[in-house]
Design a binder for this molecule. Structure first.
Ligand SMILES: [Zn+2]
Length: 443
C-alpha cells in the first residue's frame, strides 16, 4: 500500500492523508473485453505527452489551459490529459529548479574551498547538464469521475463497477472490480475517492483506488522542538543526544558482499562474451534489491522508534539537498546512497503526519559547520567526520549532535528560513557570530 501526505498545520488543525490501495487487477470477464481500453491508452498517452512537453518547455503548467492539440478523444478525456500533464510538468519543474539550485550551491562551495586552499586535488568543478523533458513510457491514466466512474456493485460477486468512457461516442466500457480480502478490510467504512488510476503492464490492467484519512495535529504550540540530523553513521541523531539506526556494521557488510557478487558476475559476463556465448547472465542483482528493501525497513524502524521516544515534542528536520546528500554519503557506494538517504526525511514526514505531530522542514545549509554556541561557521570546525570543535570559542561535541541542535533552533528561525541561498545563510550566521563576540567581549 502506497501512502501520501499533505502539509501539516498547528495544534488542533486537521491534516489529510491520502492513502492508496494499489494492485487491484482489472478482470477480463471475456477475452477482448478490455480492447476498447487498450485502444484508448496510446491515444491518451501521446496527447498527455504533448502537453507535458508544452508545459515543460513553452508554457507554465496549468490544468485549465485551453486545449491546443488535435485528438480523437472526447473533450472530457482531453481535460483529464491536460490535468495529468500539469502534475507531471509541475513536479519536473520543481525538481529541476531544486537541482539547479543545488548545482549553484555546489559551485559556490567549490569556489569557497578554492579560495581557502582546502580543495581536494581530485575534486572537479561542478557542471550543469540541462534536463531532458520527461518521456511517458508506461501507460498510466489518472482519471476522474468525468471519464471513469466507480460505482459500488449491488451484486455480491463484485465490489465495484468501473464505467469507462471510450474513444467511441457514448460507448461506455463496464468493467467489474473485485477486491482482495485485505483490500476490502482496508477500505471498509471509508469513502473511496472518485479519482482512480489505471496502469497497463505486461500482466494486464491494474487499478489504484485511494481514500482520505483525517488526522488531528496533537502537538501543543509550546511543545519542545527536537532537531533531527540525518546521516550515515547514524540514520538519525536527535538534539536530545540520541542515535537511531546505522549504515555501518551489518548493513555495510551486506553491501560489501553484494558488490563483490556483482563484480564477479560482471567478470563472468566479459569472459562469456569473449567466448561468443549469446545468452549472458543478467547484471541486475536480486540480492541488491533485497538489500535496498532491508535498508528501508531499518530506516523505518529507526524513525519509528525516534518518534515513540519523543512523544509530545515537535520535530525539526533537514531539507536534504542533492549536494548535502553527496557530501554526507561520500563514503558510500553510489547505488546505495542518495535514494536511501532521501528516504529518511520522507519517513520522518510520514511518521509526523500519521501521528499528528507538528514537523518543520528547515534549511540544511551549514548546519554541520556552524557552532551552536558562538555561531562561527567554518569547515575548519570539523577536524574529522565525528567531531565538532569550534576554532573560535573552543566548543566541542559530537558533530551530528551539534547539527541536530542547530536544526532544532532553525524551526523558529524565520530570518534563516527566508535566506535565498547558501551564501545568504552563511552571511547571516557570521553576522550573529560578530554580535556574539561583541556581547561576550571576545577579542
Ligand atoms: Zn564557537
Amino acid at each position: 500500500m502506497k501512502q501520501q501526505r499533505q502539509r501539516s498545520g498547528g495544534q488542533g488543525q486537521l491534516q489529510t492523508l491520502t492513502k492508496a490501495v494499489t494492485h487491484i487487477r482489472l478482470i477480463e470477464v471475456n477475452p477482448g473485453k478490455l480492447a476498447a481500453l487498450d485502444a484508448l491508452a496510446p491515444v491518451y498517452l501521446s496527447l498527455c505527452q504533448q502537453y507535458v512537453t508544452l508545459f515543460c518547455t513553452q508554457a507554465q503548467p496549468d490544468k485549465f489551459h485551453p486545449p491546443v492539440f488535435v485528438t480523437p478523444l472526447s473533450e472530457r478525456w482531453h481535460r483529464v490529459a491536460i490535468q495529468q500533464a500539469t502534475g507531471i510538468a509541475q513536479s519536473w519543474r520543481t525538481n529541476r529548479t531544486q537541482a539547479y539550485q543545488d548545482y549553484l550551491d555546489d559551485l559556490l562551495e567549490y569556489h569557497e574551498q578554492q579560495a581557502e586552499g582546502t580543495l581536494d586535488a581530485q575534486t572537479e568543478e561542478p557542471t550543469w547538464k540541462e534536463w531532458d523533458v520527461p518521456t511517458l513510457r508506461q501507460t498510466c491514466i489518472q482519471a476522474n469521475a468525468n471519464v471513469v466512474v466507480l460505482e459500488p456493485s449491488q451484486d455480491s460477486t463484485f465490489d465495484y463497477w468501473l464505467k469507462i468512457s471510450t474513444l467511441e461516442l457514448r460507448r461506455v466500457l463496464l468493467v467489474p472490480v473485485k477486491l482482495a480480502d485485505y483490500h476490502r478490510q482496508t477500505v471498509k467504512g471509508k469513502t473511496v475517492n472518485t479519482s482512480v488510476t489505471l496502469n497497463k503492464r505486461d500482466t494486464g490492467w491494474w487499478l489504484t483506488l485511494s481514500y482520505n484519512q483525517v488526522v488531528t495535529v496533537q502537538t501543543a504550540p509550546d511543545a519542545p522542538v527536537v532537531g533531527i540530523d540525518v546521516g550515515i553513521a547514524h540514520f538519525v541523531t536527535t538534539s536530545t543526544g540520541k542515535h537511531y539506526g546505522t549504515f555501518h556494521g551489518k548493513l555495510r557488510e551486506r553491501q560489501k558482499r553484494d558488490r563483490e557478487k556483482r563484480r564477479r558476475k560482471a567478470k563472468l559476463r566479459t569472459c562469456l562474451e569473449r567466448k561468443g556465448v549469446k545468452k549472458l547472465p543478467s547484471t541486475t542483482s536480486r540480492s541488491g534489491q533485497r538489500l535496498i528493501r532491508h535498508v528501508r525497513q531499518e530506516i523505518n524502524r529507526a524513525v519509528n522508534q525516534c518518534f515513540t521516544e519523543h512523544e509530545g515534542a515537535q520535530i525539526a528536520y533537514e531539507q536534504l539537498s542533492v549536494a548535502t546528500m553527496k557530501h554526507k554519503a561520500r563514503a558510500m557506494n553510489a547505488y546505495m546512497r542518495a535514494s536511501n538517504l532521501a528516504h529518511i526525511p520522507e519517513q520522518i514526514a510520514w511518521n509526523a503526519a500519521k501521528r499528528g505531530v507538528q514537523a518543520t522542514r528547515v534549511k540544511s545549509a551549514y548546519s554541520s559547520q556552524a557552532c551552536q554556541r558562538c555561531h562561527y561557521t567554518d569547515r575548519a570546525n570539523r577536524p574529522d567526520q565525528q567531531t565538532f570543535c569550534c576554532v573560535v570559542c573552543g566548543f566541542q561535541t559530537h558533530a551530528d549532535l551539534n547539527a541536530a541542535v542547530n536544526i532544532a533552533r532553525r524551526a523558529g528561525d524565520s530570518a534563516l528560513q527566508l535566506c535565498k541561498d547558501r551564501k545568504a545563510v552563511k552571511s547571516l550566521l557570521m553576522q550573529r557570530h560578530e554580535a556574539w563576540r561583541k556581547q561576550h567581549g571576545w577579542p
